[in-house]
Design a protein around this ligand. Structure first.
Ligand code: GLC
Length: 625
């Protein structure tokens, strides 16, 4: 009897078993141990249902019949699900959409709920009106694991309020080269800093009562989401920072630099791990059996499920790349459990069924994958709480979360220069000055200060959501008699105005995500340096840089400015910046990455010899030094 016959016999037995025990289904009882529920449900599933559970599809192709009849395991919206009505949809609209998908799933033969997942990578960043926290690089500058945990708690609430069950976060990349387009998604170049910031996992997933009977280090509930440690492994260490590139290193260095944060995520019970698009010494992670199975599952005893990245199977290169079916075989046999297809799922399922029927993918591999998926669904509580708890809706963008984000902004700011004469600090600014100039294209642009992964995948300029720009915050901070002149690019007449006490010039990068952010020049865009130089000639100036990473700071410019603050990508709460530069709070931020002098030095990281940066890892001035 081959695997398929055995499988179909078992499923018939499972169906027969169901009739006998109509009144009692172990898998439906939350008081049963998770493993008992997993094995009971697995024994009732047909092969087709098992393969369906391994399939994640994009919401744009998710129809009711597919979810119900194919037993689809998961639905997502990748990036911001660009350019459609959802970008301005309310939290309730999101909940309605996801609950509709879920109701279809609950009508399936065994009523296995889907899990819906998003990239809430700095707050629920798809949803209009949600709190947008600073990106990871800024959180790394805070050196505050408990703050990061609290951000995880707040993010989980806002995500769950919209019916979403899982979050493709935290990214625990250790970014070794700022030319990488995803630098800002990394907490730091320093492994130990990243390890501390994995507290995000506990924030998102919650932590159970001590000694939980199942031994799982956490039990999610209505107010938690399951997390995803990504991108496994070495995504931040690629040659020249090329996104989806190749990390060339010994296994020892891969382990001590890039793998260690995953141990911290696993110890907090992270439910899922996402494979990296990148390669290690030329072998792609998506089909890397040693790293995905031998190391992550066997050696590190990971019990959740491994998911591909978006179209991760499609991006496998030769020899598999020539044939989709071969790519599926290589990926599943390497240890991937769920596939973010996300569009051509019918083709995927046909190939997968063929591969199992032919024995190229053993039934044991399928059962392992489905057990892991079911385990996460039971632990995450989606069988008991499949639909949105609408009472959470008012947490989305709530005052308490915005205050938390404002605290994070304050703690993330890094003061690189304060005064041309250290004995005469320039900051804090005088909030009762007669007349001040606010300049630069980033002073009044919410989209710019949020960066990528905000509403849309790449982010964009303008009032893309609800928040406070830096200009809004300045106007809300200065005294009633202070005149604020706002000119992104000041005219000569303005620059000649001798009544101006000082200027605040906010420059930086436009939003980007993934490969769109790969950059070998790393200059301040939009002639930011030239703008600063032109203003400093006439007016005492504070320069604020909005960026996902260190950029080239021309020595002359740095000499001319009176003060310089790295603000990273602060998100919606611009008041966190004025809280500090006007002196209500001191600076606390410390560089989470090395600030290079020139790109010719890259990669340059603490511990390298020679190490001659403009500002070293850990640098940061304070008022009260
Ligand atoms: C993207 C990213 C990954 C994200 C996924 C879903 O390509 O690499 O970080 O979670 O697709 O949007």
């Amino acid at each position: 009897m081959n695997a398929i016959d055995r499988e179909s016999t078992m499923s018939r037995a499972g169906e027969a078993k169901e009739e006998e025990e109509e009144e009692y289904l172990v898998y439906r009882n939350p008081s049963e141990p998770v493993e008992a529920r997993v094995s009971d449900l697995l024994s009732r599933m047909s092969l087709r249902e098992k393969l369906g559970q391994m399939t994640q599809i994009d919401r744009s192709v998710a129809d009711s019949a597919a979810i119900r009849d194919l037993c689809i395991g998961s639905v997502l919206n990748g990036g911001g699900s660009d350019g459609d009505a959802m970008n301005r949809a309310s939290a309730a609209d999101w909940a309605d959409m996801i609950d509709a998908f879920q109701n279809s799933a609950l009508q399936s033969r065994l009523g296995i709920p889907i899990v819906y997942a998003v990239d809430a990578v700095h707050g629920h960043s798809n949803v209009y009106g949600a709190t947008i926290f600073p990106h990871h690089v800024a959180l790394g500058a805070t050196r505050d694991p408990d703050l990061v945990r609290r951000i995880g708690v707040a993010t989980a609430l806002e995500v769950r309020a919209t019916g979403v069950h899982g979050n493709f976060a935290p990214c625990v990349a250790v970014c070794r080269d700022p030319r990488w387009g995803r630098s800002y998604e990394s907490f730091s170049e320093d492994t130990e800093i990243v390890r501390k910031m994995t507290s995000m996992v506990t924030g998102l997933q919650g932590s159970p009562p001590i000694g939980h009977p199942d031994g799982y280090p956490f039990v999610a509930g209505r107010k938690n989401v399951f997390g995803c440690a990504k991108h496994f492994v070495g995504d931040g260490g690629t040659h020249e920072g090329k996104n989806e590139g190749n990390t060339i290193s010994s296994y020892h260095d891969l382990e001590r630099i890039h793998l260690l944060p995953y141990l911290d995520c696993l110890s907090q019970g992270v439910c899922t791990v996402m494979a990296s698009y990148s390669s290690w010494n030329g072998s792609q992670l998506h089909s890397h059996k040693i790293l995905l199975t031998d190391v992550l599952k066997d050696k590190l005893n990971f019990k959740g499920f491994v998911i591909t990245d978006w179209e991760g199977i499609d991006r496998l290169s030769h020899p598999h790349g020539s044939n989709y079916r071969d790519c599926i075989s290589a990926t599943i046999n390497a240890g991937v459990d769920m596939v973010m297809v996300p569009f051509r799922y019918k083709q995927f399922l046909e190939h997968l069924m063929h591969l199992v029927e032919s024995g190229e993918i053993p039934m044991s591999r399928i059962n392992d994958a489905v057990e892991r998926i079911l385990r996460v669904k039971f632990i995450a509580g989606v069988f008991e709480h499949p639909l949105t708890d609408r009472s959470l809706l008012d947490t989305v963008g709530c005052k308490m979360h915005r205050e938390l984000a404002r605290e994070a902004v304050r703690k993330s700011l890094v003061l690189l220069k304060n005064g041309k004469d250290p004995k005469k600090p320039f900051l804090p600014l005088d909030r009762n000055a007669r007349k001040i100039l606010v300049a630069g294209g980033h002073a009044d642009d919410l989209g710019y200060q949020c960066g990528g992964w905000t509403i849309s995948w790449q982010g964009s300029s303008g009032r893309i959501t609800i928040g406070t720009t830096i200009l809004d915050a300045i106007k809300g901070t200065v005294g009633g008699k202070t005149q604020v002149v706002h000119e992104p690019s000041p005219s000569p007449a303005t620059l000649a105005d001798e009544d101006l006490s000082f200027a605040i010039v906010v420059v930086g990068e436009a939003p980007y995500a993934e490969s769109h952010g790969d950059n070998a020049e790393l200059k301040i865009p939009f002639n930011g340096t030239e703008l600063i130089n032109s203003i400093t000639e006439r007016i005492p100036t504070l320069a604020i840089l909005i960026s996902g990473r260190p950029l080239v700071l021309e020595p002359e410019m740095l000499e001319k400015v009176d003060a310089f603050v790295a603000a990273w990508l602060p998100g919606t709460e611009g008041k966190g910046i004025t809280d500090v530069v006007f002196g209500d709070y001191d600076f606390e931020g410390l560089l989470p990455v090395t600030w290079f002098k020139t790109v010719d030095q890259l990669p340059i990281n603490a511990g390298h010899e020679p190490y001659d940066p403009l500002f070293p890892l850990g640098f940061g001035l304070r008022y009260n030094m």
